[in-house]
Design a protein around this ligand. Sequence first.
Ligand code: AR6
Length: 169
Amino acid sequence: MTTITLVQGDITRQSADAIVNAANSSLLGGGGVDGAIHRRGGPAVLADCRALRASRYGKGLPTGRAVATTAGDLDARWVIHTVGPVWSATEDRSDLLASCYRESLRVADELGARTVAFPAVSTGVYRWPMEDAARIAVAAVRSAPTSVEEARFVLFDERAYEAFAAQLR
Ligand code: AR6
């Protein structure tokens, strides 16, 4: 049984076995959570990402997939990078967003991670409406076949926290 917990705050201040990053397919960093994780994780995270680009993911990490690197100076063993879909009003991309959570948990299982901290993937630069993203995220984690003991959503502001809390009520 996976316990879902909620925290309001900065994911880079969390202690967990794995911290999930809302990356882009280049794996080479960006703004938002991605920028914050690379800043606090330090150069070791980027070095691992560059190595993945040079080996398995020369064309980039596809949307909905996940891959792990070291967590560098973060209080975690791994960062799991996943690429959320950009919100579209005309195309239903919800399965790709659900896939980010499922794939991250699958990678976490492979690593033997027991606690995993997630941001609200795709709800920033990628513009996914928060309530809908929360519904998809919670449903995906609830239905995932995983040995992870705690899936912790780390929400940056109160609005995001409330959207996720509503899904758990
Ligand atoms: N801790 C927790 N949540 C955060 C933090 C933080 N430190 N910083 C931002 N958020 P975003 P995306 C929230 O834009 O939409 C990057 O440039 C934020 O308020 O980080 O998946 C990547 O390189 C929002 O609710 O990710 C990609 O190019 C949520 O995290 C692109 O952005 C996600 O916002 C990915 O866009």
